[in-house]
Design a protein around this ligand. Structure first.
Ligand code: FES
Length: 359
């Protein structure tokens, strides 16, 4: 019977009274989809096996780096986790139109989008017949058609996911089961092993408690205890965005006090300075464009936006070739228009001097 996937989900129906408007959406799919892949590779060795119950992989893939331009993640994103009390208040469900990356539907979001981001992680463990997932779930909000928000609220000792890196406050967006098997094939005089892979998955993002359980239990039960069945969970986690504290210094003869402000990782330095009214147009700059009165509009050729980095150059994106060539005699200078702060989702303190030729 398909619904015999052994779960150890402990019901905690303490529905919280947070004001939450569930947006009507198209019917959420809770039916498992199945695909079968026969790899074309003929294997002569035994199939891949994993220690049952041990995490096979935990993949960190920050959605933040995609939209902010902060580049590939170079830090442990768990440094930006937020307290459970805050997570519970900040999760929300949003109706999103179709984009090249996702279908129209209801997706998890953060109420405070300026400060928080929704990260996506993938956790995989080898399945164990008769062993539960070991997750406690809590419904934060529920609405019509099974739409809601359900999060992990605790762990049960001995469960498959107890040491998987999933945290309280995470929400399960998708669950998949991957079964790998082998069959012998004869090709002439040689016998080879052909690997077959079957995959079943259910979407669980923005479902209430009952629909979440219904979706997970629709997956086929674990049968093999040799590590050939992998349970794969896509997890959504709320985190704060990393911040860069900028200290801005003006040339002494301008007699301006230092200015401090915060930026989020991935922001462009020139844009951020212009928004704050900082004049960057260095009249003494050595131009590499066609010249003129103004700047080149962030093309990286007029050098009027150059700043000198006093502290925190490790928080910036690497220089491009053109920028490096233009500024080769001043290794501490950067073109603000080509500078991303908090590159790699790093955070820290940055001190820059504007109009460095005037110092
Ligand atoms: S604005 Fe011209 S180089 Fe930055």
């Amino acid at each position: 019977m398909r619904n015999l996937l052994s779960l150890c989900l402990v019901l905690q129906l303490a529905k919280l009274s947070y004001s939450f408007a569930v947006i009507p959406a198209k019917a959420t799919t809770t039916t498992s989809s199945t695909s079968t892949i026969a790899t074309s590779t003929r294997l002569s060795a035994a199939s891949k096996k994993f220690n049952t119950g041990e995490p096979v992989s935990v993949v960190q893939s920050s959605s933040a780096s995609k939209f902010s331009g902060a580049g590939p993640i170079e830090v442990n994103m768990n440094a930006y986790n937020i307290p459970l009390e805050e997570i519970v208040e900040q999760w929300t469900a949003e109706l999103s139109p179709a984009t090249p990356l996702q279908q129209e539907g209801v997706y998890l979001g953060a109420k405070d989008k300026k400060r928080l981001l929704v990260d996506t992680l993938k956790v995989e463990v080898a399945r164990v017949p008769g062993k539960g997932l070991g997750l406690e779930l809590l419904e934060l909000a529920g609405g019509r058609n099974g739409v809601g928000i359900t999060v992990v609220s605790g762990f049960v000792d001995g469960g498959m996911l107890a040491a998987s890196g999933i945290l309280e406050g995470d929400s399960i967006a998708k669950v998949a089961v991957r079964k790998t098997s082998q069959k012998e094939t004869n090709g002439g005089s040689a016998t080879a092993l052909e690997e077959m892979q079957e995959e079943f998955d259910v979407a669980t993002e923005c479902l209430d408690f009952d629909k979440t359980i219904e979706a997970i239990t629709s997956l086929p039960a674990a049968e093999a205890d040799d590590g050939s069945e992998i349970l794969s969970l896509t997890i959504k986690r709320l985190r704060r965005k990393p911040k860069i504290t900028v200290n801005l210094q003006y040339p002494p003869e301008q007699d301006e006090p230092d200015v401090s402000f915060e930026l989020f990782s991935g922001e462009n330095l020139r844009r951020a300075l212009l928004v704050r009214g900082t004049k960057l147009n260095d009249a003494l700059s050595r131009r590499f464009d066609s010249g003129g009165m103004g700047d080149c509009g962030a093309e990286g050729t007029c050098a009027t936006c150059v700043v000198s980095v006093v502290r925190g150059d490790d928080l910036l994106n690497p220089m491009g070739l053109t920028e490096k060539q233009i500024l080769e005699k001043n290794p501490r200078w950067r073109m603000a228009c080509k500078t991303i702060v908090g590159y790699g989702m790093r955070e820290g303190a940055l001190t820059v001097r504007v109009n460095p030729k005037q110092w």
